[in-house]
Design a protein around this ligand. Structure first.
Ligand SMILES: Cc1ncc(COP(=O)(O)O)c(C=O)c1O
Length: 391
């Protein structure tokens, strides 16, 4: 397949890759909020944070403008910067490693497991140097990483852990929500995620110090909250100890977050049912191997990924992607491994990244969204089956 051609042109979509779960009531509330006096940094943000802490059972939640902002602030809260190394998995969205660069530190890329695509424990161990300060495990597609082992390595080597939970709202490891094992956990509410605030993110932590740091830094470094500034003294009487960022979450986003978080179990149950249906149908399909999911009931089921085995299936992944698209089915690849991007090519790597290379050639993410119908799933399954052995 020539990559230069516009393969998306003139194609009619029968099954989209995702559809966000936004109701008529959500839209009504958003519209109402535009008439309120406080459009950002307001009561809805506080309410969203409170609900988020309750759901994840974390002491503090800090709403921000994206998961990238959340990761960046988390690393800054830990004092990670120039000269430090942070271990990240090769198979992740580029933001995981970009955040390390944004903090002034260096990402060190580790390999992933061939079955659940999560960061590989042996590869973490190989990647530790005298400069390593932290690990960022990514709960890939909602599958929790082996947090017992990761925390054991971190403890032994005096490392921090920032969990990238961008995919994993509603994923539990040993009955505890992911993001509560490390120092901080970071969530994304990008449009394709299980809940969306359009753009948006959240940090969770049990540390008051980290939470305070994130709350100040997301708002330009201003030492007082809006409430504090307008309830005592002059509102301009605040200080800046360290330059901060504009990583705030506005009220519209917070309202969307609150509404969807209230129905997260319903959202995730529908996604889990869809995953179980795909699993059942692909169980006996030669050449199609779904990502291993340890416990569907405790998984956010953010993505449904299969490996296309070229020999057994008779067609290679790129061709399958193209043929499905021609037949109106949108799929995707999560992700091109970090080490293949120019920006990371010069980094030192301590492992051979064998698994992420194998996976990158074979993985395909199938349509999965809240409320996807069996009819839509059957179209995906039968069209995929019909492509078998096409060259
Ligand atoms: C694993 C992972 N980390 C971080 C991010 C960054 O999220 P955001 O777009 O909210 O900055 C994403 C977004 O797709 C992601 O998938």
């Amino acid at each position: 397949m020539k990559s230069g051609k516009n393969i998306f042109k003139n194609l009619k979509t029968r099954v989209p890759f995702f559809i966000p779960n936004i109701t008529a009531n959500d839209k009504k509330l958003v519209s109402q909020s535009l008439g309120s006096g406080l459009l950002t940094n307001g009561p809805n943000l506080l309410k969203f944070e409170k609900l988020f802490s309750k759901y994840t059972k974390s002491n503090y939640s800090v709403g921000v403008s994206s998961a990238t902002a959340a990761l960046h602030l988390s690393l800054k809260a830990l004092g990670i910067g120039k000269g430090d190394q942070v271990i990240v998995p090769d198979l992740t969205f580029v933001a995981t490693a970009n955040a390390v660069l944004m903090a002034g530190a260096t990402p060190v890329i580790a390999d992933v497991n061939i079955d659940d695509y999560n960061i590989n424990i042996k590869s973490i161990k190989k990647s530790i140097t005298k400069k390593t300060r932290a690990i960022i495990p990514v709960h890939f597609a909602g599958n929790p990483c082996d947090m017992d082992k990761i925390m054991e390595i971190a403890k032994k080597n005096n490392l921090h852990v920032v969990e990238d939970c961008a995919h994993a709202l509603g994923s539990f490891y040993k009955n505890k929500h992911v993001g509560t094992f490390g120092d901080l956990g970071c969530f994304s509410f990008y449009p394709t995620k299980n809940i969306t605030t359009l753009e948006g993110g959240m940090i969770i932590t049990n540390s008051k110090k980290f939470s305070n740091y994130a709350k100040i830094s997301r708002n330009h470094g201003i030492t007082k909250t809006l409430q504090e500034r307008y309830t005592g003294g002059f509102p301009w009487e605040y200080d800046i100890h360290e330059a901060g960022y504009n990583y705030r979450m506005d009220e519209i986003r917070a309202i969307l977050g609150i509404q969807q978080l209230k129905r997260i179990e319903k959202i995730n149950t529908l996604r889990r049912n869809a995953v179980k249906y795909y699993h059942k149908k692909f169980f006996n399909m030669d050449g199609i191997e779904p990502q291993f999911i340890s416990n569907i009931e405790k998984n956010s089921c953010h993505l449904y990924i299969v490996r296309i085995n070229k020999e057994k299936f008779g067609s290679e992944r790129n061709l399958v992607f193209k043929k499905l698209l021609e037949r109106g089915i949108q799929t995707s690849v999560h992700y091109k491994p970090l080490h293949k991007f120019s920006v990371f090519k010069t980094l030192k790597v301590f492992d051979n990244l064998k698994n992420s290379n194998i996976l990158f050639d074979e993985i395909l993410s199938l349509p999965l969204y809240t409320g996807i119908s069996k009819k839509a799933q059957n179209i995906v399954i039968s069209e995929l089956e019909s492509i078998k052995n096409e060259k």
